[in-house]
Design a protein around this ligand. Structure first.
Ligand code: 3PG
Ligand code: CO
Length: 553
């Protein structure tokens, strides 16, 4: 029968403190002035790279190695932390939605049948990120959903868009708006009343995460549900173009707007009887809106009017909370994660990050599961992030505080594993501010040093890696790797990358002879869990991706 008990590792001892450090958005790329990690002073990470060759290597962090549809898909924090924590590669949301759309199964399952009930007499609303980034959503999936729903009886459809510029180039929202508008116009020519109803930039409207700032969700609610926003336009293409003319405007932070008819009336507030689908497949930035749409009891902001709707998520975003109750595609079933195994084997675990990445080392790490496995053995510490700023204004973020809390946890002797995410490279990298990202990388390196110093003091072991690339390349390049010029200027890359990430092991607790094997050259993030289990003195379960380490006598 099944057992949580892990076998003893034949050579590696138990009882050593293991520090599992994840630098967010920290890939490996050639030295270059747009490689902020290279430009920044990063003595700690440099010393790991330049140390013993069997203690440092690269691992894959994008594409099929993390369960994404193709090798052109950049890595992201959800799939990266899922892989790190679960030790196996699961087909992720992006791919599951592709498959369900291709087979048509999405239109046969419970979720779609549930919302379909509204099609005869009411409006279908689709809310989500208008992007082809493939991190939270994809425009081609929205297009297929629009077509499929209209072929199955939806007569009135309203789309509520969030502009991206974070997983894709800033300014690309204009092209996406045109593509979407053409799709809707095609539906209109077939007699379907289909329009965009509202919008706003993803970082200012709706897509907050981990409850950092409910105001963001409220701004979206006002536009999407109440039909109220500071700006009104005739259509989404006009909206995006006009709002981008404001100096300093960018896709990520466009203010909320509604589309209004000739008489100035918003075309698509959400009312009783309507159906709503949030079409993002990724969870973290949809769960707050999902709560506002679904929960009867809700006190995070004044919803003013709470329409009685049929609501479905593209996926179920939180399996533990069953949020939302209805969904179009079943999420990957990520069970028996390394965190759960280790806790069952007595490993006392501490996890920490600041708010904007807190769920990454808890929720995503544990297979999109909220809460603890065992309250007695685990402690998760969230350091409040600054809110209402863009992180290039505070590129050091809370790296120091994360370092201190983690150091204290290590020195306390109360834990066998400390797991931490250091967000700077990613969060500041996403702003596209190259100078600030250099400061961010330095701060991240300093936090790593604090943690490694504490590991040294207690005779522990460290594993330092990253979830995907970002700060190591801040410019859009051609196939030859040269920056692409547009109007004589380079195009700043705010998104993640396809680069591999480093992984380093070491510390006084690592026994002599332990190091990376040579026979897993294409190893990826999913190989890390078995590696960490080994460092705790256990052999990983058979179905886990193989360990990256060996012990030579
Ligand atoms: C975001 O949500 O901030 C970006 O789309 C992806 O970043 P992350 O995967 O690093 O969280
Ligand atoms: Co990111």
């Amino acid at each position: 029968g099944f057992s949580w008990k892990l076998a003893d590792h034949p050579k590696l001892p138990k009882g050593k403190l293991v520090a599992m450090v994840v630098l967010d958005g920290w890939g490996e790329a050639s030295p270059d002035k747009y490689n902020c990690i290279h430009v920044a002073e990063t003595p700690t990470m440099d010393s790991l790279k330049n140390g013993a060759p069997e203690k440092w290597r690269l691992v894959r962090a994008h594409g099929t190695a993390v369960g994404l549809p193709t090798e052109d898909d950049m890595g992201n924090s959800e799939v990266g932390h899922n892989a790190l924590g679960a030790g196996r590669i699961f087909a992720q949301g992006a791919k599951l939605v592709d498959l369900a759309l291709a087979s048509g199964k999405i239109f046969e399952d419970e979720g779609f049948n549930y919302i379909k009930e509204c099609f005869a007499n009411n409006t279908l609303h689709l809310i989500g990120l208008m992007s082809d980034g493939g991190v939270h959503s994809r425009l081609d999936q929205l297009q297929l959903l629009l077509r499929g729903a209209s072929e199955r009886g939806a007569k009135k459809i309203r789309v509520h868009v969030l502009t991206d510029g974070r997983d894709v180039l800033d300014g690309s929202s204009v092209g996406f708006a045109e593509t979407l508008e053409a799709e809707l116009s095609d539906l209109r020519s077939k007699g379907i009343d289909a329009q965009v109803a509202s919008g706003g930039g993803r970082m200012y409207v709706t897509m907050d995460r981990y409850e950092n700032d409910w105001e963001v969700v409220k701004r979206g609610w006002d536009a999407q549900v109440l039909g109220e926003a500071p700006h009104k336009f005739k259509n989404v293409v006009e909206a995006v173009n006009k709002l981008r003319e404001v100096p300093g405007a960018n896709d990520q932070y466009l203010p909320p707007f509604v589309i209004a008819d000739e008489s100035g009336k918003p075309v698509g507030p959400i009312v009783d009887g309507d159906a709503v689908v949030t079409f993002n497949f990724r969870a973290d930035r949809m769960t707050m809106l999902a709560q506002a749409l679904e929960y009867e009891k809700f006190d995070k902001f004044d919803r003013v009017r709470v329409p009685k709707i049929r609501y479905a998520g593209m996926l179920q975003y939180d399996g533990e909370l069953k949020l939302p109750n209805h969904y179009l595609v079943s999420p990957p079933l990520i069970e028996r994660t390394s965190g759960e195994y280790l806790v069952h084997n007595g490993v006392r675990t501490f996890a920490c990050s600041e708010t904007v990445k807190f769920g990454h080392v808890t929720f995503f790490w544990n297979g999109n599961r909220s809460g603890y496995f065992n309250l007695e053995l685990e402690e998760y510490v969230e350091i409040p992030s600054d809110s209402g700023i863009t992180f290039n204004e505070q590129p050091k973020m809370k790296a120091l505080e994360i370092g201190e809390k983690t150091r204290d946890a290590i020195l306390s002797g109360k834990f066998d594993q400390v797991r931490v995410n250091i967000p700077n490279g990613d969060m500041v990298g996403h702003t596209g501010d190259v100078e600030a990202t250099v400061v961010a990388c330095k701060a991240a390196d300093e936090a790593v040093k604090m943690i490694l110093d504490a590991v040294e003091q207690v005779g522990g072991i460290y594993v330092v890696t990253a979830d995907h690339g970002n700060a190591e390349d801040m410019v859009k390049r051609n196939k030859k790797g040269e920056p692409i010029l547009k109007d004589g200027k380079v195009q700043i890359l705010t998104s993640h990358t396809l680069q591999p990430v480093p992984i380093a092991i070491g510390g006084p607790g690592l026994i002599a002879g332990a190091g990376f094997r040579k026979d897993v050259p294409s190893g990826g993030l999913a190989n890390v869990a078995a590696t960490v289990m080994n460092l705790h003195g256990f052999v990983a379960p058979d179905d886990y991706e193989t360990t990256l380490i060996e012990v030579v006598d």
